[in-house]
Design a protein around this ligand. Structure first.
Ligand code: BEZ
Ligand code: FE
Length: 291
């Protein structure tokens, strides 16, 4: 048997982990070993740096609980989450692109009628968002469920607050012609949580901790690929520097100012509002060229 040298160590370790019983696990672990070793060799990792990394990972673990996932946040700011989204959502041309889920989605949002105000009682500029859910042939996808959530004017999601009722989240259903309509408040940009090990690392760089103003969507209908995406406000700050690399051209929409009066849900708005229109295009599934 060969004893360990600097030269043969990587091959020995990769081979050992390649013995995992499940072939996919074997592939993942041996590749992980090779890439970790390549990293350490490339930067000539010192023992102090190795220990700092262990301390940072330990602190990251200690920051996680049932409401906060600092490892996902780390993956987000390192661009890994968006890369994994890209690799797993190579959609047909014309399909609405996917982006990161983020840590603040809550399962089981209440069902909402066409035009329902999911911001009831939360202060902000009224925003109506309308459009259709379509397939890549331009045909409506009736019944598609649009699970929608966003932050308030302070940048806080319900998941970060101690509240009992659903707040700034709801599930809408596309009508027969694919149309949906929701009322909410205009989202604002906000910073990712900066009071943990990820924030401590970001603070040591020139990286902006902001995400641009956006609303989250998770759209589902049997027979179509589940779409996890956002809509971003055109002209918003931080679009080009989104700390989690989530912004995409095709997801940026104008929010148009309208005076008080007839609103898109067929009722009257007593105050001026913003209006945005967007058609979501669902893919029928399968893996195609990259986007
Ligand atoms: C979000 O958009 O909610 C989000 C995504 C990634 C990290 C932090 C927040
Ligand atoms: Fe968000």
């Amino acid at each position: 048997m060969a004893f360990v040298t600097e030269q043969n160590l990587t091959d020995l370790a990769a081979e050992r982990w390649g013995s995992a019983h499940d072939p996919r696990t074997a592939r993942l672990l041996s590749a992980l070993v090779r890439h970790l070793h390549a990293f350490a060799r490339e930067v000539e990792l010192t023992e102090d740096e190795w220990m700092s990394a262990i301390d940072w990972l330990t602190a990251t673990g200690h920051t996680c609980d049932d409401k906060r996932q600092e490892f996902i946040l780390a993956s987000d700011v390192l661009g890994l989450s968006t890369l994994v989204v890209q690799l797993n959502n190579r959609l047909s041309p014309g399909a609405t692109p996917a982006t990161v889920l983020g840590p603040f989605h809550i399962d089981g949002s209440p069902p909402a009628e066409f035009g329902h105000d999911m911001a009831e009682g939360v202060r902000g500029t009224p925003l109506y968002l309308t459009g259709r859910v379509l397939d890549t042939e331009g045909e409506p996808v009736p019944g598609a469920v649009l699970d929608v959530w966003q932050a308030d004017a302070q940048g806080a999601y319900e998941a970060q607050l101690d509240v009992d009722e659903a707040r700034l989240r709801a599930k809408y259903r596309a009508r027969q012609d694919g149309a949906y309509c929701l009322r909410t408040i205009a989202p604002l940009g906000y910073t990712i949580p900066m009071d943990g090990p990820v924030g401590e690392l970001v603070d040591r760089t020139d990286i902006s901790p902001f995400r641009p103003a956006h609303i989250h969507f998770l759209i589902e209908e049997p027979g179509y690929a589940r779409l996890i995406t956002h809509l971003f406000r055109e002209g918003a700050d931080h679009l080009a520097t989104d700390v989690v690399f989530g912004t995409k051209d095709a997801l940026v929409v104008p929010f148009v100012e309208r005076p008080a009066g007839p609103a898109p849900d067929g009722r009257e708005s007593t105050e001026p509002y913003l209006y945005a229109e967007y058609d979501f295009v669902l893919d029928s599934g399968g893996v195609r060229g990259g986007s």
